[in-house]
Ligand binder design. Structure first.
Ligand code: ZN
Ligand code: ZN
Length: 297
């Protein structure tokens, strides 16, 4: 065999092992970003890939893939889909509705005031206002919570479209990947959209604003991610779907937190904060950088 062929096969081998390790690195980062691996798991060495395999399996189960623990083509493809930046795994798998009620908290009032403090660069203000009104209505149609677009005074949910670093611990990195993220009520309820995305309405092109806004508002109200792929609270950003609405899974979740429309509110859920907290102003006491992924379990 000539030296040429030896070098050729050697280069193929190196390339192959490089792409395998880069695939594993990508998976490691993804699984740690979205709560499937914790800091201890990340310390593992190459001789102990058990935590990684467990994380991959959990991710596959959550996304409705076959839980093999291997980084299959479908698994990698799902990891590369645009999505919400909030973690999927927020605690031990127990009764899900109890989990998010206690973990992410909920608002203790019926009427929430929201304000869009920074609009997307490429959309008309009127279209954006109209889209958010529709998105908030989708949630209030099914539960006792109500919303008001505010232009002055106390704002409960602040909404902004930003690029790159924007004052919390999760900068937006460009089109695709993370399209938006939101804070749970226990962390203030604000919503940030990545303005690197091409936000659109009523079009299969770009990223649909109404659908993503509905999802992020769900977090602002205290809902965590759902493993029901058809639910609005599924973390993967879906293609534009005309007539997009809440899934039964989302409706059960919002009613669990705020009660059925026109019926009495459920009893307040236990809060991770001490009872002497000033409920009118307590979120101002939380450092802004303490994002949605604060450790509450
Ligand atoms: Zn989300
Ligand atoms: Zn942010």
């Amino acid at each position: 065999m000539s030296i040429f062929w030896i070098l050729y096969f050697l280069s193929l081998y190196v390339k192959n092992s490089y792409s395998t390790s880069s695939k594993y690195n990508k998976a490691l980062i993804y699984l740690s970003n979205y709560g499937y691996l914790d800091a201890n798991d990340m310390k593992m060495d190459s001789s102990n890939k058990k935590p990684l395999k467990k994380g991959i399996k959990q991710f596959q189960s959550f996304m409705g893939l076959k839980p093999t623990g291997f980084l299959s083509r479908d698994t990698m493809k799902t990891m590369s889909m645009p999505r919400c930046g909030v973690k999927d795994k927020t605690g031990p798998v127990i009764k899900r509705f109890q989990k998010y009620s206690a973990g992410a908290g909920r608002w203790n009032m019926m009427l929430l005031r929201y304000k869009i403090v920074k609009y997307p660069e490429a959309m008309k203000k009127w279209d954006v206002d109209n889209t958010f009104e529709q998105a908030f209505n989708k949630w209030s149609e099914h539960s006792n919570i109500m919303f008001e677009a505010a232009t002055y005074g106390k704002i409960d949910i602040e909404i902004k479209f930003v690029k790159g670093q924007h004052g919390d611990e999760t900068p937006f990195t460009g089109p695709g990947n993370v399209v938006a993220h939101a804070f749970f009520p226990t962390s203030g309820g604000d919503i940030h959209f990545d303005d690197y995305e091409t936000w659109t309405i009523n079009s299969p092109k770009g990223t649909n604003l109404l659908q993503v806004a509905m999802h992020e508002i769900g977090h602002s109200l205290g809902l965590t991610h759902s493993d029901e792929f058809e639910a609005v609270m599924c973390p993967i950003t879906k293609r534009y779907t005309p007539g997009y609405g809440l899934h039964q899974d989302d409706i059960r979740a919002i009613q669990d937190l705020y009660g059925k429309k026109n019926k009495s509110m459920p009893a307040p859920t236990p809060s991770p904060y001490p009872p002497e907290t000033d409920w009118e102003n307590w979120w101002y006491q939380i450092p802004y950088s303490r994002a949605y992924y604060w450790s509450y379990y």
